[in-house]
Design a protein around this ligand. Structure first.
Ligand code: P6P
Length: 334
């Protein structure tokens, strides 16, 4: 049984050799994310008290109003990752294009790239609902010593070497995987240390929770409408419970613990869906699969989709593998 008093730092050191590139760089990268998460957590937790709420008056590449905390979180993660001399490039929901990091020696010899949604669900900040950070890590594929190119960022999700999320909820947790299962660490804010609170997390194969914005029902594909009606039907172990926080990280985290499916389908308004493939769907799909869950766009495994652009959107069905398979069966039949 894993020692639940183990800290994140001890866990990283203990499991460093598991990672085939165990030069310690990935550990340093996860450590930098740990630090940035503590800094952002501090601001998120006092957002109601300090005038950093509200729209910063700018809009991001998605055309969405940027909350000041979005900008703050983006700056914190970019600065922390840059200072650790491990990352050669960063892409962020809050940045129109990717950022090249040449390193102090300007040699472009760092090996990893990070794609990040620095504060997902930020529209919930003003109403005190939990939000999250989502990160995805790859090794670069273009030659070391040269600046990264878009090709380094357009790798399919099955090439990720690590991914995870931070949920700033009733407690702050880091949940991540380097390809050997999923572990969750809870922050003790009194001492600023994360402890292994959820070792070897397993996505239940079945569940009774479905998470979707049913306000979009009339715009959904027929297969999604049929699946929602299936969830609501009085027979077997149904009707299921509908739970939708409007914050991907929170809905995903609850479903991974209790069992459930999260869906953000394409609609007639958003024919590609709303969620972004590279820094939302791929990392969450990686975590889902590493814990026994499943993730697709309704037809194709998310991690097998070949990206074509940095901010591309895909429909997203993710969670308990038997629930996702059932939803896919309705999509295929329609
Ligand atoms: P809607 C937040 O903006 C987000 O990307 C996810 O965190 C969340 O699940 C979804 O969008 C909510 O979108 O259209 O239902 O408000």
């Amino acid at each position: 049984m894993a020692n639940k008093n183990k800290t994140l730092g001890e866990f990283i050191i203990e499991n460093q050799t598991e990672f085939k590139y165990s030069s310690g760089e990935l550990s340093r990268l996860i450590n930098s994310i740990r630090l940035a998460a503590k800094v952002v957590n501090h601001e998120v937790n006092k957002a109601g008290l300090v005038d950093i709420l509200g729209t910063a008056g700018e809009t991001n590449v998605q055309g969405e109003d940027q909350q000041k905390l979005d900008i703050y979180a983006n700056d914190v993660f970019i600065k922390t990752l840059t200072n650790r001399e491990i990352v050669c490039g960063i892409a962020s929901e809050e940045e129109d294009d990717f950022i090249t990091i040449a390193g102090r020696n300007e040699k472009n010899d760092n090996k990893y790239i990070v794609l990040i949604d620095p504060l997902d669900g930020s529209s919930n900040i003003d109403v005190n609902v939990s939000v999250g950070t989502i990160f995805s890590i790859y090794r670069r594929i273009t030659p070391e010593g040269t600046p990264v190119t878009i090709d380094d960022f357009l790798q399919p999700g099955n090439k990720q070497v690590a991914a995870g999320y931070i949920v700033y909820g009733t407690s702050t947790m880091i949940v991540y995987s380097t390809g050997h299962g999923v572990n969750g660490f809870t922050l003790n804010p009194a001492i600023g240390t994360y402890y292994l609170s959820h070792p070897n997390m397993q996505f239940p194969e079945d569940g009774t929770i479905y998470s979707v914005n049913e306000g979009n029902y009339v715009h959904f594909p027929q297969g999604v409408k049929d699946y929602i009606k299936y969830c609501q039907k009085e027979e077997e172990d149904r009707p299921y419970t509908s739970r939708y926080i409007g914050s991907l990280v929170s809905d995903f985290h609850r479903n991974m613990i209790k069992g459930g499916i999260y869906m953000y389908p394409n609609t007639s308004k958003d024919p590609k869906g709303k969620l972004r493939l590279l820094y939302e769907c791929n990392p969450m799909a990686y975590i889902a699969e590493q814990s026994g869950g499943k993730a697709s766009d309704g037809f194709t495994r998310i991690l097998d989709i070949k990206p074509t652009e940095l901010h591309q959107r895909v429909p997203f069905f993710c969670g308990s593998k038997n629930m996702v398979a059932k939803a896919e069966s309705f999509m295929k039949k329609a």
